[in-house]
Design a protein around this ligand. Sequence first.
Ligand code: PMP
Length: 422
Amino acid sequence: MTDIFETLESEVRGYSRSWPAVFTHASGAIQTAEDGTEYIDFFSGAGALNYGHNNPALTAPLMEYLASGAVVHSLDMMTPAKREFLETFQELILKPRNLDYKVMFPGPTGTNTVEAALKLARKVTGRQNIISFTNAFHGMTLGSLSVTGNAMKRQGAGVPLGNTSKMPYDNYLEGAGSDLAFLERSLEDTSSGIDKPAAVIVETVQGEGGLRAARAEWLRNLAALLKRHDVLLIVDDVQAGCGRTGTFFSFEEAGIEPDIVCVSKSISGYGLPMALTLFRRELDVWGAGEHNGTFRGHNPAFVTATAALKKYWATDDFQNELAGTIAALHRGLAEIAGLVDGAEIRGRGMLAGVVFPDQATASNVAAEAFAHGVLVETSGSEDEVLKVMPPLTITDDVLQRGLAIITEAVRTVAGKPALAAV
Ligand code: PMP
């Protein structure tokens, strides 16, 4: 019974076409459809479900909060739930990392935090231009689209997307030339034609743009270059943050300290809409209410966010365990890549996948995997990368089952004979 989705819901729907099942229940890394079919979730709500579906450690405080009659909606008013979130975020995330950020609640989505970051950078510096990178994805509203690379998404804007310049991301030129040389020269040369930017916005791993991962050294060089030129560095950690790459923030490995950080997706931990824009204290030049929005203080999301931080980030245990899960995922990906000549692993941590030389392979593998009970999507401008993105809390058993199904799907799609059952 899917008629109503086809007749009433807009043609803009996407995932429901790739995965034509009606999902009823979910638990951890398993999602169940109306007909009883169970799917292994290697998609994790596009990064919004890093701790899995309906995580009981988060469900319990959420249910308790809702049953208690506590305030649910409060714009940016003060509530105990918001106080506890801010205190916990400061204690467990900011302080141990020596980050002296102010916390802003923009609207609850990824594109909301990106818009807030761009607006703040322009306000602080008085400059208009923002530099972003090839293959970047930052969201679908006009400001975010203007710093996004993908032509199909950009043309949807219907108006010119201005006041931005594009630069090559790490290894865009595949080894030819130094990747920051053009940016460096452009910032130095007053005749480069590139207006001095307010900020550069970067993803440490390009979640939608083909899972390219910037090297730590490239990120360090970028941060140092921007500091020399008094240009702000915005890291869009909407998809790569909240543990996805193995640390809470994806830029920790590089040891850089961005001026502004965009966080959303898994910050609530439960799939509830929530976003943060973090910035150096000195950058907090907002006037009261200058950037507002109705849904900026969703208390149920504060409750689950606090519970998630306390459960997973109070000690190093989760991060240490996660390192093992990442290693297991990458072993599986290496085996999958080994099945096809020229295939390679892309990405970093649990934001990783395999790029195939034939552009159609990844989509075909994803369709075949769905037919055998795995939700896995593609990434890249031509959907050429199979993006394997399980919850960070997945058990090894379920991870291996899912990887085995993908391996079989690759054999089928790439025309390799299936292994005889042993
Ligand atoms: N930035 C990045 C890096 C993203 O991956 C996404 C979503 N895929 C966004 C921003 C936009 O987030 P949202 O869809 O919640 O607006």
